[in-house]
Structures are given as structure tokens and as C-alpha cells.
Ligand binder design. Structure first.
Ligand code: CP3
Length: 352
């Protein structure tokens, strides 16, 4: 078993640094597009055998050291009755957005096992398929933070600046906090279900943390994140040990002093700051994950290798899981992704 990812996440000694990529199962792979040509996105998420197939594609084809199961952060909002749809080219949209406190009652508190059981079945299916690999790798589970999930739910889909969300946050902060609390409760059950089904680490995505200044991030995003992590901390996974918890925020350099205190092992940072600078602010207590600019994978392979070597130097001062600073672009040539992964595996060997 290749357990480099789990050992690095726990801050243990490893022979070399592990590497995986956010959004590693996806449209940059022709093999993924071939599956998507047959089924729409939500059907794919609801079909465990297909989830297992696409989740393992980056392990088999790119050689990453961890798998992340295929799903989406927005699925729990669908279970809450918001009516999630993916329209080709337009991204996600919700039939029933929630924009004021009176509308929170339109959501239901779902029976998570019944309405999201398909995700847990998919997690178990991915674990079974991983066990058959010549060299099994750990499986990462994930969810969005309540703040980032609320961003899509309030807006009714993706948005440039999320003006409706921000308007609510200034007009009726307590009402918005009630919505965030409700999403937090559902998220805890959803993530516990993933761990019970076999997820070996959990990553929370706070993609829209950067909409908030430090004080407002502490007010709106941090409470849900802390509650989720505290609920999951020490929950033994199938292997009996607590699962490592990872927090990713985008555009959050100004939040690092707060992120340092989160009850999680790993901080995943975007590409905007060198890891050595991040390390100075967060100190030795966190494992860092990241942070090659995903756009760098669009450039020529020798340049990717040079930037990867530089990234490894930047991260050398502590435990480091190599990743991109955000999701891989769908126009990335698969050869370039492979060159990145291979460079990490070749260049990061630690003397015994
Ligand atoms: O490989 C993996 O990382 C696992 C699967 C995964 C997906 N989405 C699949 C997906 C993960 C971890 C996510 C997380 C996610 N989803 C985030 C947080 C990470 C980030 O990018 O900041 C967010 C904000 C979403 C919401 C979402 N889902 C959007 C905005 C979109 C449309 C944009 C786009 O890229 O098309 C999706 C759809 C989606 N989720 C796709 C994939 C592979 C593309 C769907 C397709 O195949 O057509």
C-alpha cells in the first residue's frame, strides 16, 4: 500500500513527498470525457461503478499518490431540496435559491442516509476498486464549507461577485448565520457518512473564503468549519485511526493567522503565496498542501519541471503534500499533469 499521503498528513516521516491534484478526476482526461459522453454529471455521481471508474482514472493514468472520490460539494444542498441542476456550459444552478431568512423554511433537514446514500455507496465502491490496484492509495472524502455552499445556494448558482450573498450578510447577518448553521448540521452527517463508508481523509473546500475580510471570515465561515472539524476529529476511519482533516481556502492569504488555529492537520493553500511565506505565518504546527499555479500546467514541460523543483524547495521546511493551488484546468494536456506528478516523485526523495 502507498500510504505516503496519510503519513505526510499526520506529520510523520516519509521517503518522499506525496502528490495529488484538486479536480484530478475530470474533463482534461479523454477517458473521463468518454464516460461523460454516455451520462450526465448527476447520473455519473449517482452510479457507484462509474464513480469508481472515473475516481481511479487519475491514479492509473497520471500516477497520483491519493484518490479523491468523484462527487460534488453541492450534492447536500440538493438533498436539502434546493433542486440542483447542471446545465451544459453554465455550471451548477438551483431551482429554489434561498435569499432571506423567511425562505430557510423551504429547505428540508434531509435523512442523509436515504438522500445521500448513493455517495456512501460510491465511496465504498471506490475503496473496493482501489484494493485491487497493484499499489493501493488512500481515498480522500470532501465537502464544501457552509459559507461556500451558501454562496451557491443564495445566488442560485455560480456568480462573479456573489452580490446576493453579500447583501444578505450585511442586511441580516443573524438570518444568514441560521442558514449556515443548518448547512453545518447536514454537512457533519454527510462527512461522517463518508468516513463510515471508507474515506480516509476529509478535505473542506472554502472556495469563496476570499469574499470576506478577516473579521467577517471569523464571523461567517469559521464557526461552521470549526464545528465540522470538531465533530469529525478523532472519529476513527475504517482503519481505526482518526482521519486527517484538510482545509482549503482560495484567495485567503489575509486569513492565515486565523487558519493557523483551525482544528485540522493540513492547510491547503492557493498559488498566490510561496509556501515558505505561508510557513512563516502559520508556524510549524500545520502540514502544508499545495500550491503550484494550475495554469503552470498549461506551459511547456521543462518549465513545469523547473517550477516543481522550486515548489519542492519552498515546501522543504516541514511536512508537505504536493498539489496545485486550485483545480486543474480542463485544457491541461494529460502529459503535462503526468510530468508534474513524476517530477515530484523523482525530485522529492528524502535521504534515509
Ligand atoms: O477530482 C476531484 O477533485 C473530485 C471531484 C470534484 C468535483 N467538484 C467534480 C466536478 C470536486 C472535489 C469538486 C469540488 C467543487 N465543486 C468545488 C470546490 C473546488 C473548487 O473548484 O473550488 C466547487 C466550487 C464545486 C462546484 C461546481 N461543480 C462548479 C462551480 C462546477 C461547474 C464548473 C466546472 O468546472 O464546470 C461543478 C461541476 C463539476 N464538478 C465538474 C466536475 C468534474 C464538471 C462537470 C462536467 O463533467 O461537466
Amino acid at each position: 500500500m502507498n500510504d505516503l499521503f496519510l503519513r505526510e498528513a499526520r506529520g510523520e516521516a516519509t521517503e518522499r513527498r506525496p502528490v495529488w491534484m484538486m479536480r484530478q478526476a475530470g474533463r482534461y482526461l479523454a477517458e473521463y470525457r468518454a464516460v461523460r459522453a454516455k451520462v450526465d454529471f448527476l447520473t455519473l455521481c449517482r452510479t457507484p461503478e462509474l464513480v469508481a471508474e472515473v475516481s481511479l482514472q487519475p491514479v492509473r493514468l497520471v500516477g497520483v499518490d491519493a484518490a479523491i472520490f468523484f462527487a460534488d460539494i453541492l450534492l447536500p444542498l440538493d438533498a436539502m431540496g434546493a433542486g440542483l441542476r447542471f446545465v451544459k456550459g453554465d455550471g451548477p444552478s438551483f431551482e429554489h435559491p434561498v435569499r432571506r431568512r423567511e425562505e430557510i423554511g423551504n429547505l428540508r433537514t434531509p435523512d442523509v442516509g436515504a438522500s445521500l446514500g448513493y455517495v456512501f455507496e460510491a465511496v465504498a465502491a471506490v475503496r473496493r476498486e482501489i484494493a485491487d490496484l497493484p499499489e493501493p492509495v488512500p481515498l480522500i472524502g470532501f465537502g464544501g464549507t457552509p459559507w461556500t455552499l451558501a454562496a451557491y445556494l443564495v445566488e442560485g448558482g455560480g456568480s462573479q461577485g456573489f452580490p446576493r450573498l453579500l447583501e444578505w450578510s450585511y442586511r441580516d447577518p443573524e438570518g444568514l448565520s441560521r442558514l449556515l448553521d443548518l448547512i453545518t448540521e447536514v454537512s457533519i452527517e454527510y462527512l461522517e457518512g463518508q468516513i463510515e463508508a471508507g474515506a480516509q481523509a476529509i478535505q473542506l473546500f472554502d472556495t469563496w473564503a476570499g469574499l470576506l475580510d478577516l473579521e467577517r471570515w471569523r464571523r461567517f465561515s469559521m464557526p461552521g468549519v470549526v464545528r465540522i472539524f470538531e465533530a469529525l476529529a478523532g472519529r476513527p476511519g475504517k482503519g481505526g485511526r482518526g482521519v486527517p482533516l484538510i482545509f482549503f481556502a482560495k484567495g485567503a492569504g489575509h486569513l492565515l493567522e486565523a487558519l493557523r488555529d483551525l482544528p485540522c492537520q493540513v492547510l491547503s493553500v492557493d498559488w498566490r503565496q510561496p509556501l515558505s511565506e505561508v510557513r512563516k505565518i502559520v508556524g510549524p504546527g500545520k502540514v502544508l498542501q499545495g500550491n503550484l499555479d494550475p495554469a503552470a500546467l498549461l506551459g511547456p514541460i521543462p518549465e513545469i519541471e523547473r517550477l516543481t523543483a522550486r515548489l519542492l524547495e519552498e515546501g522543504a521546511g516541514g511536512s508537505h503534500i504536493v498539489n496545485l493551488g486550485h483545480g486543474i484546468f480542463k485544457t491541461t494536456p494529460p502529459d503535462h499533469a503526468r510530468a508534474f506528478v513524476a517530477a515530484v516523485q523523482r525530485l522529492s526523495a528524502r535521504p534515509a
